[in-house]
Design a protein around this ligand. Structure first.
Ligand SMILES: [Zn+2]
Length: 392
């Protein structure tokens, strides 16, 4: 649910006021409500002077433990610090393993996920990685899903990519069935999150999986589907059959046969498909390599969580209404991954909030009821473990 217009939002008591007043805002003013005057309840009111309050963003694909490593061990991307998410207005995320699901393990990913969750961040993760047989902690993805509370699904499992295991249809179906049954046992979303590469086969294997099994379309979620225009068209067809699809907020060069996440979102809106079937994620901490014809890395960049906020900002600058585009960055991922209390401002939801200024930039982030400064380091007053804050 989104509130449009000027509203009062009542939250339980918090220890810290907003660290930075929004632009054109006066310092927070304390006020006593009628209830307070009667002695029943103490209420502190903050006037945000028209700044917009939105739910914290939900990033459905991030590499908490770092990704990359496609050009040797020196190119492994370091782990993401908590404040790289908070600065980007992201208060929940799903951690995944990618190309390196060998040196990086499910155990390490789960430990990092729990560390983030202990700090109040909405952190969950997936079992497996690019390859087959999948990397697991409990011996199977079914057991990981059944017994590890923070594990919500499986992925990112690579298809149509030279870095994949070149999985067969039978292997994809086996992995999907394990995901489905493990999730049923534990009451989780049980999504098989699929990394799509540049290969011509695109999503062919997923269409075959839908045609030749009883598995529900809603459990297959391809990501990076905006990396080629033909792949995006295939993904729209999958969405028509009920699969959620995810686009990545990566940079797109002039002349490249790819859609930026904002262009993909606009194209999706024109299809009239149910909105909840599309989400945008950052791939933060992941590597963005370019390969030559022999599969060798020519160059690479590192994806950043802030790309998600930048994408939302671009859409708002293009004139889209906040209420029409914001759910693609918040509510939809929370729906796909079954995260009650995340991605929306409503009674009973978690107090994960972002204050947007007139320039559509995040000015302050509330995580689990405590404010954190945006655009700077997490303030010392919040007493975060130093290991979880970046040094720059
Ligand atoms: Zn990927």
């Amino acid at each position: 649910m989104l509130w449009v217009g000027s509203k009062d939002l009542v939250l339980p008591a918090f220890a810290v006021p907003p660290p930075a007043a929004p632009p054109r805002a006066a310092p927070p003013r304390a006020a006593q409500s009628a209830a307070a005057q009667s002695g029943a309840l103490e209420v502190v009111a903050y006037d945000l002077h028209g700044a917009r309050l939105i739910p914290g963003l939900v990033d459905g694909h991030a590499h908490f433990t770092g990704g990359g490593g496609e050009a040797g061990f020196a190119t492994r991307v370091p782990p993401l610090a908590l404040d790289t998410f908070l600065k980007a207005g992201i208060t929940s995320a799903i951690g995944v393993l990618g190309t390196d699901d060998l040196a990086r393990s499910t155990a390490e990913l789960l430990a990092t996920t729990r560390g983030l969750a202990d700090c109040g961040f909405g952190a969950w993760c997936l079992s497996g990685g690019y390859h087959y047989p999948p990397t697991t902690l409990c011996g199977s993805v079914r057991a990981d899903l059944a017994f590890l509370d923070r594990v919500l699904g499986v992925g990112e499992f690579a298809l149509s990519d030279h870095r994949s295991s070149q999985p067969t249809l039978a292997e994809l179906l086996r992995l999907a069935s394990e995901t489905h049954v493990g999730a049923m046992m534990s009451g989780k979303a049980g999504v098989l999150h699929l990394h799509l590469g540049d290969g011509e086969r695109g999503l062919d294997l997923v269409f075959q999986a839908l045609a030749e099994s009883e598995l529900p379309p809603s459990m297959f979620q391809p990501t990076h589907v905006n990396r080629r225009s033909a792949l995006f068209e295939q993904a729209l067809e999958l969405a028509r059959r009920g699969c959620p699809i995810d686009v990545t907020a990566f940079p797109v060069a002039d002349g490249e046969d790819a859609l930026s996440a904002e262009d993909a979102l606009e194209a999706f809106l024109e299809t009239g498909l149910p909105a909840h079937l599309l989400s945008v994620s950052s791939d933060g901490g992941g590597c963005l390599p370019s390969f030559d014809a022999d599969g060798r890395v020519e160059s690479f960049d590192v994806a950043r969580p802030a790309a998600l906020t930048a994408c939302l900002r671009t859409l708002l600058q293009r004139g889209h209404a906040l209420e029409s585009v914001l759910p693609f960055f918040s509510t939809h991922a929370a729906t796909t991954w079954r995260l009650p209390g995340k991605g929306a401002i409503r009674a009973g939801a978690d107090a994960d909030l972002v204050l947007l200024d007139a320039d559509h930039r995040s000015r302050a982030v509330m995580l689990g009821g405590a404010w954190h400064a945006a655009g700077g380091c997490v303030p010392e007053a919040t007493e975060f473990p130093s290991a979880l804050t970046s040094k720059n």
